[in-house]
Design a protein around this ligand. Structure first.
Ligand code: G4P
Length: 543
């Protein structure tokens, strides 16, 4: 099999190739996964603030508000006080270029988050110290697991009385099935949360000030084994010593290689609100996480430095700017140097495209970008050509694996044939499905758009869709609820005529004509497995 064409720049150790390597090596691209309310917005904001990308706390919220004010369909976000869209944020810190792939907070839009995780090199799992592992954390964790990306855990809200750290550690191990190893340990809790003991560098970091706002807290370092620095550990010294001894005795040591392999998650404690523990976490994260690595393609692994430009579309968002009614494809750069105006192959259609309009995304703001490297995300104006999962490459003919689909849990039927403005309606639905705003199913393979079944992760997704079809396409969407609650793709051995259907099970086909079984309840799903022991029921398709 041919390998992707080497980047001519990287042929020898020229200044350009050295620069390319330097640029890739300093990049860290991650997503934060959490259950709503665990503090993702607050942590993101503090990271941006300390990274110098924001001047004031509250700016991310303000930006969300500004986006609400200028956006059309995102009006719904404002009405509901939820976040349904996602963006990309970046900042430079201690020589690193940090790219945060922001994700929607609301559970109903989790498919967007799943797709974004395909573009991330690692994930930060944020846990509320009082609540531990919550349902949404668990789902998102499973997607990270599937990709085997490193997961770093930040236990937030330690300025409140939460659960015992050992208990949280145990819960992560039991519920998520990954080794959780504290990289640091909280000193005090609630009002008395004063710092962390850094288990890796054997030192206490004591915080003061920081006033829950924009200023960095003062950080005093007291080096030494815990028993030698009892005074620094304060009145809870005995308790901390006991826990740390327990951890050391049990051989609970952070192993960077295991972290990078996704087998172990290092735990950090802190409070995003009071800024305590945020920087020690960030610095350790930057040190332990890796720069963008080689990605598998149909032509083997594509090296981020020695291969020429390539990337894939992981997200499409339309009408981010209502003044322009544009559609933006988010491309994760995987290799080489992206340069504005360059020509690339669009692998699916084999077309050559000139990427004249590229934009660097920073929240709601966009700036023209001249170049980008592996790990970066660029926004390309999309004339309707791109689909989620599409590969772009400067040389060669290869594809990155597509972005998988995850099973929806809510289903609606649309009667397109009987609806007014039939053409506009099916075009609108088709385009929104292309964008990944909804999943589309049909009762027969290749049945066209006469009768469609729409699948979503949650009811709000239908609401956004109805709203957008009205605003953007001038059509009314009338939906009839279906009683199904689960979907599974089936393995290649599936025989549609031999399958025993019932009231609670239905066969449909996805946009790629793959058969999908819909189930009304968990019992129907379970009984299908029982009646057809050889049937493969898959929770992920494609990718
Ligand atoms: P999310 O994006 O994960 O949904 O969470 P977000 O940051 O919006 O935080 C949810 C709530 O938790 C917010 O309170 C926020 O201030 C609070 N919070 C975040 N981090 C910490 C922390 O470290 N300690 C404490 N005590 N609280 C934290 P809210 O009352 O819902 O909103 P607001 O009035 O503070 O804006």
């Amino acid at each position: 099999m041919a390998t992707p064409t080497p980047n001519p720049e990287a042929g020898g150790p020229s200044a350009a190739s050295r620069e390319l390597r330097r640029e890739v090596e300093r990049r860290r691209t991650f997503a934060i996964i959490s259950h709503p309310d665990a503090g993702k917005t607050t942590l993101t904001e503090k990271l941006l603030l300390f990274g110098g990308a924001l001047r004031e706390a509250g700016a991310v919220r303000a930006q969300k508000a500004a986006r609400h004010a200028t956006s059309d369909w995102l009006e719904l976000e404002k009405q509901r006080g939820i976040s349904v869209s996602s963006s990309v944020l970046h900042f430079d810190y201690q020589g690193y270029r940090v790219n945060i792939l922001d994700t929607p907070g609301h559970r109903d839009f989790s498919e967007d988050t799943y797709r974004t995780l395909m573009a991330a090199d690692s994930a930060v799992m944020l846990i509320d110290a009082a609540k531990g592992v919550e349902p949404q954390t668990r789902k998102l964790f499973e997607v990270c697991r599937m990709r085997q990306i490193p997961i770093f855990t930040f236990v937030n809200k330690f300025d409140r009385y939460g659960r015992d750290p050992l208990e949280l550690m145990d819960e992560i191990e039991k519920v998520l099935g990954i080794d959780a190893i504290p990289a640091n340990w909280p000193i005090g809790a609630g009002n008395g949360f004063r710092g962390v003991y850094d288990r890796l560098d054997r030192r206490a970091l004591l915080f003061s000030g920081g006033d829950h706002g924009t200023t960095r807290p003062k950080q005093v370092e007291v080096a030494g084994e815990p028993e030698d620095i009892r005074d620094a550990l304060g009145e809870t010294a005995d308790e901390i010593l006991g826990s740390l001894e327990l951890l050391d005795g049990a051989g609970a040591a952070v192993d960077v290689e295991r972290v990078r392999a996704g087998e172990q998650t290092p735990m950090f404690f802190g409070s995003a609100l009071s800024n305590y523990g945020v920087l020690p976490f960030l610095e350790r994260f930057l040190e332990m996480s890796e720069s963008p690595g080689a990605r598998e393609s149909t032509n083997g692994a594509v090296d981020p430095v020695t291969s020429s430009f390539s990337g894939f579309v992981f997200k499409i968002q339309a009408n981010m700017d209502p003044d322009h009614r544009d559609r933006l494809a988010f491309v994760r750069v995987c290799s080489g140097r992206f340069e504005k105006g360059m020509s690339v192959r669009h692998a699916r259609t084999q077309k050559t495209l000139r990427l004249a309009n590229s934009t660097l995304l920073m929240g709601k703001d966009r700036t023209e970008m001249a170049e980008a490297f592996a790990g970066d995300v660029i926004g390309l104006f999309d004339p309707g050509l791109f689909r989620i999962g599409d590969t772009l490459c400067a040389d060669g003919e290869f594809h990155y694996p597509g972005i998988p689909s995850f099973p929806p849990e809510f289903f609606m039927r649309v009667d397109v044939a009987g609806a007014p403005k039939r053409k506009a309606l099916s075009k609108g639905i088709e385009q929104l499905a292309q964008e990944g705003a909804i999943q589309l199913f049909q009762e027969e393979p290749g049945a066209g758009s006469a009768a469609m079944i729409l699948g979503a992760m949650g009811p709000l997704q239908f609401e956004v869709m109805t709203h957008r079809l009205e605003r953007e396409y001038g059509v009314q969407l009338r939906l009839a609820k279906l009683h199904f609650t689960a979907a599974r793709w089936v393995g290649s051995g599936f025989n549609p005529t031999a399958f025993r259907y019932s009231e609670t099970t239905k066969l449909v086909y996805d946009r790629d004509d793959r058969p999908v079984l819909l189930f009304a309840n968990p019992w129907a799903l379970e009984s299908a497995g029982r009646l057809h022991p050889d049937l493969e029921l898959l929770t992920v398709a494609g990718g």
